[in-house]
Design a protein around this ligand. Structure first.
Ligand code: ZN
Length: 295
């Protein structure tokens, strides 16, 4: 994304560092992400848009798809593998080869709409995973829980008319991308929250809005759009969460997945730009996913 952009390779190095420091590394199994196929991408993106992304990939230097979304010669490959990670993760949990799977990937995906790259996102990784679960794995109810500090406008755009997907997004508002606060839908549960929202108010919102909606939807698979930029150390937003909130929230949602979805959870990394907070938050999220009693 350019030398000074916060969406940088250092994010994944920071996560790896904390996985080692926390010793979680020893209980995890790693997989290489395959590239998503055109067929998998075109379940959620317009074929003409997918072609545009392939055509736009530069031989050298950088091109801008939008002010926040640049491509260098390696971006297309990374984006294909980021989306493919969500597909593999869905397959792993559906085959019960993994209880839960976390996709440590970039570029992120939840701002990418059906026909538009946006906010650093080319392909909507979590949507590609959800569509794969429905098209190839016979899943009829998928919940996507998006706790990134930014509204998951792309996921909402893609699944606006798809009642098999329950989309839950909590986000700072007003804030980029300035959408989601007005949405009216029986399968989209948006929670716009003012800047400065702290842990207690955030947890209340999750408890009162998301958990009842998730419980009555009875998802057969749960996906997380896991952005950690609502952390109080993250300057990209002005929210007051810390890693214990991510642990708590993951645990609450996991209980619903355990009840209705045989515990099947796929989590896909979105934002999170304060490197140390990002690493610690991912560790807390994964500890909840593997059923650890404490963060
Ligand atoms: Zn974000």
């Amino acid at each position: 994304m350019g030398p000074v952009h916060p969406e940088s390779p250092a994010r994944l190095w920071a996560i790896n560092d904390q996985l080692i420091a926390s010793r979680l590394e020893t209980v995890l199994q790693h997989y290489d992400a395959p590239a998503a196929t055109r067929e998998q991408l075109e379940r959620v993106h317009d074929p003409a848009y997918v072609s545009l992304i392939f055509r736009s990939s530069p031989q050298e230097g950088r091109i801008a798809l939008d002010p926040e979304t640049l491509m260098n010669p390696y971006t297309l490959r990374a984006a294909l593998h980021a989306a493919g990670a969500a597909v593999l993760a869905v397959d792993l949990v559906m085959r019960a080869e993994a209880g839960a799977a976390f996709c440590s990937v970039r570029p992120p995906g939840h701002h990418a709409e059906r026909r538009r790259a946006m906010g650093g996102c080319l392909f909507n990784n979590v949507a590609v995973g959800a569509a794969h679960a429905m098209a190839a794995r016979g899943i009829e109810r998928v919940a996507i829980v998006d706790f990134d500090v930014h509204h998951g406008n792309g996921t909402e755009d893609i699944f606006r008319s798809e009642p098999r997907v329950l989309f839950c997004s909590a986000f700072q508002h007003p804030c980029y991308p300035y959408s989601g606060a007005e949405t009216k839908s029986d399968h989209i549960v948006n929670i716009p929250l003012p800047a400065g929202t702290q842990s207690a108010a955030y947890r209340d919102a999750v408890q009162n809005r998301w958990l009842p909606a998730l419980a009555s939807f009875r998802p057969q698979l749960v996906l997380f759009s896991a952005g950690f930029d609502a952390h109080h150390e993250d300057d990209i937003g002005q929210m007051g969460l810390d890693e214990t909130d991510y642990f708590w929230m993951t645990k609450q949602v996991k209980a619903i997945a355990d009840r209705h979805a045989q515990g099947r959870i796929v989590s896909v990394l979105e934002g999170g730009y304060s490197l140390h907070a990002l690493g610690r938050s991912v560790v807390a999220h994964l500890k909840a996913l593997i059923g650890s009693p404490t963060a």
